[in-house]
Design a protein around this ligand. Structure first.
Ligand SMILES: Cc1cn([C@H]2C[C@H](O)[C@@H](COP(=O)(O)OP(=O)(O)O[C@H]3O[C@H](C)C(=O)[C@H](O)[C@H]3O)O2)c(=O)[nH]c1=O
Length: 184
């Protein structure tokens, strides 16, 4: 089925219907009406695209309120481990981690509501990641969480000596020192 909920409120997986024929395939990667009719009335305003090679870990990032972003993540080429951390204090899954493989092959997409830190690790030789955001980039509001925080114990599926992480991300705060926002 196209929409699969998760144990995390508002976090869901979208798998588009693929139309195959002898030329190849076609699918609607996003349709605002389909999402709205499924109960997800979303107004995306910005599309992002990132290319990375094996071992790159980007994240864990978010924009603090009132510039928080919901995101719809998909992989055009390659395979990633997509990871989110629930930063919503009122959530039953507060400070819990959800991870999923998104790939060119499975064509799965992950919708991430506002209030989550987001990151991904590139598991293939290279990966091309596309994602839609429902709020504009606001660099002054950018915050983040250390990808290898022992309190989270995320298995990025990349050997430590192969991990490629920006200096900025290596210096992000740990979960216990993160500001807490009650409303996202
Ligand atoms: C996010 C963003 C970045 N930029 C510029 C700023 C930098 O000069 C350059 C690279 O940015 P950054 O190093 O923040 O890129 P990522 O590490 O991939 O950041 C993303 O990583 C995780 C996975 C996310 O979910 C966020 O969307 C985003 O924070 O692109 C822009 O011009 N617009 C943007 O929306």
């Amino acid at each position: 089925m196209p929409f699969e909920s998760t144990a995390f409120e508002g976090l869901f997986i979208f798998t588009p219907k693929i139309f195959f024929d002898d030329r190849g395939y076609f699918f609607e990667s996003y349709n605002q009406q389909v999402f709205a009719e499924a109960g997800y009335p979303i107004q995306f305003v910005q599309d992002n695209q990132a290319f990375s090679r094996y071992g790159v870990i980007r994240g864990l990032h978010y924009q603090r309120p009132p510039h928080a972003q919901s995101k719809l993540i998909r992989v055009l080429k390659g395979k990633i481990l997509d990871v989110v951390v629930d930063l919503r204090p009122a959530s039953a899954t507060y400070r819990q981690v959800f991870a999923i493989e998104l790939s060119e092959e499975n064509k799965k997409q992950l919708f991430i509501p506002r209030g989550f830190a987001h990151g991904y690790a590139v598991l293939s030789e290279t990966a091309e990641v596309l994602y839609k955001c429902d709020a504009f980039y606001h660099p002054e509001s950018e915050e983040g969480l250390r990808y290898n925080d022992p309190e989270l114990g995320i298995d990025w599926q990349i050997p430590a000596d192969k991990q490629i992480v920006s200096l900025k991300d290596q210096r992000l705060p740990l979960l216990h020192s993160l500001p807490v926002y009650d409303a996202w």
